[in-house]
Write a protein that binds this ligand. Structure first.
Ligand SMILES: C[S@@+](CC[C@H](N)C(=O)[O-])C[C@H]1O[C@@H](n2cnc3c(N)ncnc32)[C@H](O)[C@@H]1O
Length: 209
């Protein structure tokens, strides 16, 4: 009798682990299969790539991140990868988008995947909103207008905890526009910067010292 009870507990635990957290949430495998529908023809360059997404997801898990800030939600592709990590760590993503139409699409995708509980999606101008958002953050991901990156970096630097990361997308594809930002993250004694070699358009990771 005790053996049967134990077996039921083990099997029940395995089922619970492989199931989404609620009836409407998708498993990681289901979300990975869902994600390509966000990559509409002609708009792919607006999103990070799947390898970047996997890298950011893994970073969230490795940092045991509880608080992540994203600047530039668009349709929610990168937000979904970040939120997939955050549901494992019990954390939350604050993601900022200036365009209502984009944000509405992102909200729909987050709801469809069941990740909405892990995301605070704000319709704001990040240049105005970020200074008023309280830290600390474990990870900040910058992926908005390229010429604003240095401003965002300066706004968030003191909101990132020691050992936390400021990540930025398009650091190779848009290196010309990002020159001031790149010079800063490579020389700033407040961070140690590395570059994810597998990223198609470039992903920098600046670890806060
Ligand atoms: C490259 S897309 C983001 C892609 C997204 N991170 C992804 O990988 O799925 C840049 C987004 O930043 C938004 N954006 C640009 N300037 C902004 C601002 N000042 N405040 C908030 N969002 C902004 C744009 O509307 C656009 O949706």
């Amino acid at each position: 009798m005790q053996v049967i009870g134990l077996l039921l507990l083990v099997v029940g635990g395995m089922v619970a682990q492989s199931r989404p957290m609620s009836n409407t949430s998708m498993s990681d495998t289901e979300i990975r299969a869902y994600l390509p529908r966000l990559l509409e023809p002609g708009q792919r360059e607006a999103n990070i790539s799947a390898v970047d997404g996997q890298h950011l997801h893994d970073l969230v898990v490795r940092l045991k991140a509880k608080r992540v800030l994203e600047i530039g939600t668009a349709k929610g592709y990168s937000a979904i990868w970040l939120a997939m990590g955050l549901r494992k760590t019990g954390g939350q993503l604050v993601t900022l988008e200036i365009h209502e139409a984009y944000q509405a699409v992102a909200r729909d995708h987050l709801a469809a995947t069941g990740l909405s509980p892990f995301v605070d999606a704000r319709l704001v101008d990040a240049l105005e909103a970020v200074p008023d958002i309280e830290g600390p953050f474990d990870l900040v991901f910058i992926d908005a207008i390229k010429t604003d990156y240095l401003r965002y970096y300066e706004m968030v630097l003191d909101k990132v905890r020691k050992g936390g990361v400021i990540a930025a997308h398009n650091v190779t594809s848009n290196a010309q526009q990002l020159q001031d930002f790149l010079t800063r993250i490579k020389s700033d004694p407040a961070v140690r910067t590395e570059f994810f070699g597998g990223s198609p358009r470039g992903l920098s990771l600046s670890y806060r010292k």
